[in-house]
Design a protein around this ligand. Sequence first.
Ligand code: ATP
Ligand SMILES: Nc1ccn([C@H]2C[C@H](O)[C@@H](COP(=O)(O)O)O2)c(=O)n1
Ligand code: MG
Length: 236
Amino acid sequence: MWRRVASVSHLFSHSKSTKFNQGASTFKIWETFTSESEIPTPSKGSPFITFVLGGPGSGKGTQCAKIVEAFGFTHVSAGDLLRREIASGSAYGSVILSTIREGKIVPSQVTVELIQKEMESNDNYKFLIDGFPRSEENRKAFEQTIGAEPDVVLFFDCPEQEMVKRVLNRNQGRVDDNIDTIKKRLEIFDELNWPVINYYSQRGKLHKINAVGTVDEIFEKVRPIFAPLSTNFYMK
Ligand SMILES: Nc1ncnc2c1ncn2[C@@H]1O[C@H](COP(=O)(O)OP(=O)(O)OP(=O)(O)O)[C@@H](O)[C@H]1O
Ligand SMILES: Nc1ccn([C@H]2C[C@H](O)[C@@H](COP(=O)(O)O)O2)c(=O)n1
Ligand SMILES: [Mg+2]
């Protein structure tokens, strides 16, 4: 059952907030996803947030592109934001680059700030946040800074051997797509991501998807999770 847990209205409390607060669309979201008894107190100005989890090469970015196309979400990839920060030559750039090269996790404050800016600068109210949270520290920083919890959490479950094969074949020139860094990323994933996955599983938000198969086969497992959006949601 879809359930809104927290409001991010304060995140959008300035000029951008009105897009969430005005018109019938906000109320449509509530009408569609919650029964009367489950609505805590409808809060105006709450974007629909999906976290997308899975190991390196599990297919998160690939499936996000399909979800964007089918359901009109905005794709916010934490890894892409960090790579963009490196490319921009910002003050954080060199630290981010060395962290990514080592297969480690960038401090949450940096990543959450980038995600927040991206959400605030976007007119959409449906967000796929890809590759985040990677750790409990990430998760708590998002909750504290943004003041929200996700509505849905996808977890693409893929065997290690398959993930390694996909990453080594990716061929996008990423500094972390080499066997040494992949091994470290997998270790970090095992150590830090499982507590996050368990956290959302215990709260009934996790949708675990077997990520083996063709891209289209996997998307057919994803589609029903968002199907209510296509029929009832106020479309972008
Ligand atoms: N179902 C699939 N079968 C085979 N290859 C796939 C499948 N899904 C994605 N790929 C390919 O595997 C590679 C990794 O996919 P993708 O970039 O979507 O993974 P990711 O989870 O976003 O990885 P990362 O965390 O490293 O960003 C890409 O080259 C992609 O084209
Ligand atoms: N929440 C995040 C997301 C990503 N990173 C860093 C470390 C990852 O290995 C790298 C690439 O991310 P991907 O594109 O694979 O999602 O970016 C991070 O530190 N914290
Ligand atoms: Mg990716």
